[in-house]
Design a protein around this ligand. Structure first.
Ligand code: F6R
Length: 363
């Protein structure tokens, strides 16, 4: 990682400092990623699903923390996806969804109205449905309709159940003929992530990559750039900064951002403090790698800091999840450094409550 700003080191990010702010122990859920992966595999197995054929591919319908699993599964499968796989975040399904498409309805709570609308739409279409949820209305409906339910462990914030949602999407992709078997790669990735939790977690060095990034970003608006496999991870970083650290954050993709956003940085210093983070991977197109370095150079004076972050590991599962873990930890560290409890998402809950008080949208 290259940082262009001077980074302060006076604020410790050790277990005691974190516990003083992290009242509901979000850290335990973030550091639990390796264990969640193993448990998630077991939970899919417990649903006892037999393979089927979906020539129309897979739509993963969900919102927020429950949608990310579909997007990450798509990134992990890359060229190994033999049919379309799409994460859909909306009240309805993509226009091309047919009875030959599998629709995985993903809602941690089981009560998200957009996802419930997609569940109904898939039923009306005659598409094969699978639900992944910890309960709620989605579980009730699925049980009544004989739709298989992949269970998710309870007691998390939905965004902390990322491993469960990702494994469910990967496994449903395999079952419906859209992707290969990934079980052993997921097991190997869990071991790899355990090492990264030691390196980047609160017991790790105070100058670890995760803690250094947390310090560098604590007083800036992060603008995160991804490319290819790292694009959905850049979006995950943004949402984790929003929900854990309670700060605005934005994301964009390369090479596209070099055709517009790179110019916008010129006005950044007059508007506020913006930091740029680019998520790189061993599989990034060589010209895009070059673009990341050049863009960092060009915007260095306008940004409070610029960071080029590399994924870690050999397989796509390892590399994707290494960056997910890093972003989750960095957002948690920024929350702690800002004295903000990472767990509550009051605005989001108020919004859901207010919507529930008014009439639900008619189909
Ligand atoms: C909260 C979070 C949110 C929820 C979203 C959908 O931690 O991440 O983005 O995931 O509001 O709710 P669920 O996941 O219950 O369908």
């Amino acid at each position: 990682m290259a940082a262009s700003s001077s980074e302060t080191t006076e604020l410790r990010l050790d277990p005691d400092a974190i516990a003083a702010v992290d009242a509901s122990d979000m850290l335990a859920d973030v550091a639990g990623l390796p264990e969640h992966l193993r448990d998630a595999l077991w939970k899919v197995e417990s649903a006892n699903l037999q393979p089927w054929d979906s020539p129309g591919g897979l739509v993963v319908a969900g919102m927020g923390g429950s949608a990310v699993g579909g997007a990450l599964a798509r990134a992990i499968l890359g060229d190994h996806a033999s049919r379309p796989i799409l994460a859909s975040r909306a009240y309805g399904l993509p226009a091309w969804t047919t009875p030959d498409t599998t629709v995985l309805c993903a809602s941690y709570s089981g009560n998200t109205e957009e996802t419930l609308a997609c569940y109904d739409a898939a039923g009306a279409l005659g598409a094969r449905r699978v639900a992944v949820t910890s309960g709620g209305r989605l579980a009730e409906l699925a049980r009544a309709d004989g739709v298989p339910v992949i269970p998710v462990a309870g007691g998390f914030q939905p965004r902390a159940a990322v491993a469960y949602l990702t494994v469910a999407a990967l496994e449903v992709a395999r079952l419906c003929g859209a992707g290969p078997r990934m079980g052993s790669e997921i097991d190997v990735a869990a071991e790899h992530l355990e090492q990264l939790v030691v390196e980047w977690g609160p017991e790790g060095a105070e100058d670890s990559e995760a803690k250094a990034l947390g310090r560098a970003l604590r007083d800036s608006v992060p603008v995160i750039g991804g490319a290819g496999l790292t694009s959905p991870i850049a979006y995950r970083w943004k949402t984790q900064f929003n929900e854990n650290a309670k700060i605005p954050a934005f994301t964009h993709e390369l090479p596209e951002l070099d055709h517009n956003e790179v110019v916008g940085w010129q006005g950044a210093p007059a508007l506020g403090r913006f930091a740029a983070v680019f998520l790189d991977d061993s599989d990034t197109h060589p010209r895009v790698k070059q673009r990341m370095s050049l863009t960092c150079e060009l915007i260095a004076d306008a940004a409070t800091s610029t960071h080029l972050v590399q994924s870690r590991g050999d397989t796509a599962v390892q590399r994707v999840l290494s960056l997910v873990l890093l972003g989750d930890l960095v957002s948690l560290y920024v929350a702690v450094l800002r004295g903000t409890d990472p767990t509550p998402v009051d605005a989001l809950e108020t919004l859901k409550r207010r919507l529930a008080e008014s009439q639900p949208p008619q189909p």
